[in-house]
Design a binder for this molecule. Structure first.
Ligand code: FE2
Ligand code: FE2
Ligand code: FE2
Length: 184
């Protein structure tokens, strides 16, 4: 069982990831309706990466059997695709600069190796999400759909996110083989 502070970090991170997952699916619907199919694809792909993160954090808590109140920060105020991308950027920025670096330190200080891995994997993917959403917003603000060369790939073990025609042989973050990389 993880120690209490690590436990709190895991449940909060699970809450944040769960909300990000849902926000991105909802944002994908709007992007589709507004005629940005690639932005919709990006939202759906990254939603899956957040599901992977949520699953990893959730599984670290398998010894619990209790209700917990979760306080997790998330940006609210849905709008059109440009605004939804802005919210996505805010959320990813928060995770990259505040949430995961702190949670990672908590897990490290407490010697919670499994939680540390879970936070590290998420942090690495969020940095990429942030860049992709920034790029998408630049296109959308010019009235264009984002240009994506090939497919968006998500590692189903760690959530690593990358673009390419073919999957990588091995995930550079967790080492999972290409048959574990989901295509969008
Ligand atoms: Fe995430
Ligand atoms: Fe993310
Ligand atoms: Fe991976």
């Amino acid at each position: 069982m993880p120690r209490p502070m690590t436990q709190e970090a895991l449940t909060s991170a699970f809450g944040g990831e769960s909300m990000a997952y849902m926000r991105y699916l909802l944002s994908a619907e709007i992007a589709e309706q507004e005629g940005y199919p690639n932005v919709a694809r990006l939202f759906n792909a990254i939603a899956y990466a957040e599901q992977v993160h949520a699953r990893n954090h959730y599984n670290r808590l398998k010894d619990l059997k209790q209700g917990m109140k979760v306080v997790a920060e998330a940006p609210f105020g849905p709008g059109n695709t440009s605004k939804n991308l802005e919210l996505a950027i805010m959320g990813e920025e928060f995770e990259v600069t505040e949430m995961y670096p702190i949670y990672l330190e908590i897990a490290r200080l407490q010697g919670e190796k499994q939680a540390e891995i879970s936070f590290k994997w998420a942090l690495e993917a969020e940095k990429i999400h942030l860049e992709l959403y920034r790029k998408a917003k630049e296109f959308v603000d010019k009235g264009e759909d984002i240009h994506i060369q090939g497919y968006i790939w998500i590692c189903s073990i760690c959530g690593h996110t990358y673009i390419g025609q073919k999957p990588l042989e091995k995930c550079p973050v967790c080492g999972a083989p290409s048959n574990q990389h989901k295509k969008y």
